[in-house]
Design a protein around this ligand. Structure first.
Ligand code: FAD
Ligand code: NAP
Length: 538
């Protein structure tokens, strides 16, 4: 399609859900010449890398999948409500094979930089394998949770045992049998891993910095009749999740919890608790996200559950979250998480009461002046979320401006999909889009389809570049901040706020305006229908 032809029409970075569908769309729907670079040795992204014990999705599987392959929606059988990492990886491998995607993917190849050549209107992309390729369009499908956060603990190099980060877990697995194991972190990853590791380890010590609210996953086989009904209604399901606030069939209770009687809300809480899954979080009383008093009522229910589950009242007290509003950190779903602390072989080391981690020693971890002897340390310390994988690309736009400099005080995008000064660059589920606040495949598909339509329109209209205008970007950045400011989300030290990474600007990273995924989709479609309002095209 190009005049000053590059080596490729488009380069896509990443081969998870996003990169696979982007490749499929550009290559098979538009007939473009596409090259995908993927740092991993195969497809899968999140599900290629995160192989820790207990790793599984927590979106219901019937919607945690691609919806663009209608036949596959009918044919694929998930084994349980939330399949494990290996099964999801098998699914993505199957998609890649079924659509012959691997032939256009360079695996084991990390993109190390990209620069926009203003003379040729091409992106020049470099990789760690020494490639230099040019392309008209550059699409970052690098994921939001793919840049590992490995805190710089003093003395790690001295540790004589073995250590792992959950997001770079060995493919062969780790045998914890008979070992003294330390897990650092109590986020969604640790909440899944801790009960599994505790079943094997001789002694498990959990290092908690911030206690987390958990809701039961209630994983298990799905009733075949439910599955059959869903398969018969997939068109309806897809329409509903695309229009929904969070890309799921969950909707807030509009009524204020403050207007309910204790009996009435207890019944609702019990119903959501018994159902398991995200309902307690995103189908709860909506004022929980805006009003501290409403939030306290919902949080109190979860605190009571911790007290009734954990036998030692002192341990229960330390596992009870304090100092931040419920739901303002990403909700982990658990299977026997709190129960695990009833085991004699499991010890909780809480930063607030026992002392924070001071150093890694030759033989374990020192926290609060006390040494904990360990054979294996598992760091479940999360990610430099949303911006980390993008700034790591070392991108240079017009006039040599870099993304790192442009984002010094936080990300600046238009619609979370494009950036002023970076023509023909698109991000999938980038910061300032609903992204991580949704069931991700829904947001991924929306961005891939919007980008594909945009490139198709440019091709039909003979356009060379598209670029967000600084004004549209400024307005979007302000709008994203305003949408978050009305909620309790900004008061919490979460990775949504960049607070888990020392020195990272404190701004709310995803977009929660327009009543979520559905409203945001309409906004993006209006922009396109309006001749890409807010973009400059040449
Ligand atoms: P990823 O799957 O992260 O893929 C990005 C790929 O880009 C990676 O393979 C990476 O190697 C590659 N890459 C990055 N930088 C470069 C580079 N410079 N050069 C080359 N390659 C690069 N979301 C949900 O909605 N529901 C869930 O239940 C859920 N569970 C999750 C569980 C875990 C443990 C984690 C970590 C995340 C989970 N998520 C979940 C979020 C999940 O990341 C998304 O659902 C989805 O898998 C993202 O797909 P992606 O292709 O956008 O990104
Ligand atoms: P996370 O939520 O960021 O949790 C990291 C944990 O490590 C937190 O408890 C954090 O404490 C702790 N930590 C970080 N740095 C530390 C330090 N220097 N010292 C001590 N403790 C430290 O990361 P995650 O658990 O990997 O989850 C990330 C996201 O991935 C989730 O929120 C979710 O979106 C996704 N995920 C989903 C699932 C699923 O069920 N499908 C499973 C895993 C992950 P603080 O809280 O104090 O920062």
């Amino acid at each position: 399609m190009t005049d000053a032809a590059g080596d490729f029409d488009a380069v896509v970075i990443g081969a998870g859900f996003s990169g696979l569908y982007m490749l499929k769309s550009l290559r098979d729907s538009l007939g473009l010449k596409v090259r995908v670079f993927e740092a991993g040795d195969s497809v899968g992204g999140t599900w290629y890398w995160n192989r820790y014990p207990g790793a599984r999705c927590d979106s219901d599987a019937y919607i945690y999948c691609f919806t663009w392959d209608k036949q596959l929606l009918q044919d694929w059988q998930w084994s349980e409500r939330y399949p494990g990492q290996a099964e999801i990886l098998r699914y993505l491998e199957h998609v890649a094979q079924r659509h012959d995607l691997k032939r256009d993917i360079a695996f084991g190849t990390r993109v190390t930089s990209g620069a926009f050549d203003e003379q040729r209107n091409l992106w020049v992309v470099h990789t760690d394998k020494g490639d230099e390729v040019t392309a008209r369009f550059l699409i970052a499908a690098v994921g939001t949770l793919s840049a590992t956060n490995m805190p710089q603990f003093e003395g790690l190099e001295r540790f004589k045992g073995r250590w792992y980060h959950t997001s770079r877990f060995p493919h062969a697995g780790v045998d914890f049998t008979g070992k003294r194991v330390g897990v650092v972190g109590t986020g969604a990853t640790a909440v899944q891993a801790i009960p599994e590791i505790a079943q094997q380890a001789k002694q498990l010590t959990v290092f908690q910095r911030t206690a987390n609210y958990c809701v039961p996953a209630r994983n298990g086989k799905v009733d075949p009749e439910v599955t059959a009904a869903r398969k018969a209604d997939y068109d309806g399901i897809v329409r509903r999740i695309r229009e929904s606030p969070f890309g799921q069939e969950h909707y807030f209770i509009e009524k204020s919890v403050l207007e309910t009687t204790p009996e009435e809300r207890e019944r609702e809480f019990d119903r959501m608790w018994d159902a398991g899954g995200f309902g307690f979080w995103i189908a709860n009383y909506q004022d929980m996200f805006f009003d501290q008093q409403a939030n306290d009522i919902c949080a109190d229910y979860l605190k009571r559950k911790i007290r009734s589950t954990v036998k030692d009242p002192a341990v229960a007290e330390r596992l009870i979250p304090k100092g931040y509003a419920y739901g303002t950190k990403r909700q982990p779903l658990d299977t026997n998480y709190f129960e695990t602390f009833n085991k004699d072989s499991v010890l909780l080391v809480d930063a607030a009461t026992d002392g924070a981690i001071e150093a890694i020693t030759e033989t374990g971890i020192r926290a609060g002046g006390k040494e904990y002897t360990l054979d294996i340390i598992v760091f479940a310390t999360g990610f430099d979320a949303m911006t980390g994988p993008l700034t790591a690309l070392n991108l240079q736009g017009r006039g040599g401006c870099t993304l790192t400099e442009e984002w010094e005080h936080g990300p600046r995008t238009y619609l979370g999909v494009a950036m002023a000064g970076f023509p023909n660059l698109f991000t999938i589920t980038g910061p300032q889009s609903p992204s991580v606040l949704s069931n991700m495949p829904v947001s991924i598909e929306q961005h891939v389809e919007w980008i594909t339509d945009c490139i198709d329109t440019m091709r039909r209209e003979g356009r060379t570049t598209i670029e967000a205008t600084p004004q549209a970007q400024d307005e979007w950045v302000a709008h994203v901040a305003e949408a978050a400011a009305g909620t309790l989300m900004t008061g919490t030290n979460s990775w949504y706020m960049g607070a888990n990474i020392p020195g990272k600007p404190r701004v709310f990273l995803p977009y929660l305006g327009e009543a979520g995924v559905g409203g945001y989709r309409r906004k993006c479609d209006e922009v396109a229908a309006d001749g890409y309002a807010g973009f400059a095209l040449t």
